[in-house]
Design a protein around this ligand. Structure first.
Ligand SMILES: Cc1cc2nc3c(=O)[nH]c(=O)nc-3n(C[C@H](O)[C@H](O)[C@H](O)COP(=O)(O)O)c2cc1C
Length: 221
C-alpha cells in the first residue's frame, strides 16, 4: 500500500488539503491517473503549499473479515491490543478523510461497478461513530464540508445511464458519510468515442481544478 504526504512548510493560513485516491490497476496508461495528475497538478501550481496525500488503494487493502467486524463493533474503550491493531489501517484511512478539504477519487469502471480495491476502501472508511452515526432520525454522515471530485473512466458505460452503477453507488455511499458535494468528470466511452473523449475530460478536469482554485482563493481572502 502506498501513501505519501507532502506536508507544507508554510505556516501562514491553513493550506489547502487534498486527498487523492487512485484505484486503477494500471500505472502507465491509466486514464483516471492521468486525470488525477492534471487535477492535482493544477492545484499544486496554484497552491504550491497545498498538502497532498496520495492513497493508492490499488496497492492492496485488507478486506473486512470476522475479527475486523468484531473489533469495529467493540466499543473503543473495550478493545484489546489485537483489535486496536486490526483497525489501524481503517483508522488511518478515516483520519485521511477527516483531515482533508478536497477528495479526488480516480474511478475506473470495472465490470459495471467500482474496482474491488475501491470497494475495500469504502468498507474500511464507513465506520459507525467515526464517519457516520445512527440517530433517532436515521443515520447521519459526519464528513460534511468536504468536496469530492470523481474522475471516472469507462470503456463503454455512459455516466448517468441505466448501467452506470459505479457513480450512482459512489454518490449514494459517499452521501451516506456526509460527502454530498460531489462533482463528476467523466472520460466515459473511451473504447467507442476515441481520443476526443479523453481530450474533453482533460479539459473539464483542468476547468474544474481552476474553478476550485478560484473558490478557495475567494474563501481564503
Ligand atoms: C477489469 C476491467 C473491467 C472493465 N469493465 C468495464 C465495464 O464493465 N464497463 C466499461 O465501460 N468499461 C470497462 N472497462 C474499461 C475501463 O473502464 C477503462 O479501460 C478505463 O479507462 C479504466 O480506467 P484506467 O484507464 O484508469 O485504468 C474495464 C476494464 C478492466 C481492466
Amino acid at each position: 500500500m502506498t501513501t505519501s504526504t507532502h506536508e507544507s512548510q508554510h505556516d501562514g493560513d491553513r493550506d489547502l488539503r487534498i486527498l487523492r485516491i487512485d484505484a486503477s490497476g494500471r500505472r502507465r496508461e491509466s486514464v483516471t491517473r492521468q486525470l488525477g495528475d492534471a487535477f492535482v497538478g493544477h492545484l499544486q501550481q496554484r497552491y504550491p503549499h497545498a498538502q497532498v496525500t496520495v492513497r493508492d488503494v490499488a496497492d492492496g487493502l485488507p478486506f473486512v473479515d470476522e475479527a475486523w467486524i468484531k473489533a469495529n463493533f467493540t466499543s473503543e474503550d473495550q478493545r484489546d491490543a489485537r483489535q486496536r491493531t486490526l483497525l489501524e489501517v481503517s483508522d488511518s484511512l478515516v483520519r485521511e478523510l477527516q483531515q482533508t478539504d478536497i477528495v479526488v477519487i480516480g474511478v475506473p469502471v470495472y465490470n459495471f461497478g467500482v474496482p474491488a480495491a475501491l470497494k475495500a476502501w469504502i468498507d474500511l472508511v464507513a465506520r459507525a461513530g467515526l464517519t457516520f452515526r445512527y440517530t433517532e432520525q436515521g443515520p447521519v454522515g459526519l464528513l460534511n464540508g468536504r468536496k469530492v471530485y470523481l474522475l471516472l473512466a469507462s470503456g463503454g458505460v455512459p455516466v448517468g445511464s441505466e448501467i452506470d452503477f459505479a457513480s450512482r453507488y459512489l454518490r449514494h455511499v459517499l452521501g451516506f458519510l456526509g460527502l454530498r458535494e460531489i462533482e463528476i468528470i467523466a472520460a466515459d466511452g473511451l473504447a467507442t468515442g476515441g481520443p476526443t473523449v479523453l481530450d474533453r475530460a482533460l479539459r473539464e478536469t483542468l476547468a474544474s481544478a481552476a474553478q476550485l482554485a478560484a473558490e478557495y482563493q475567494h474563501r481564503a481572502a
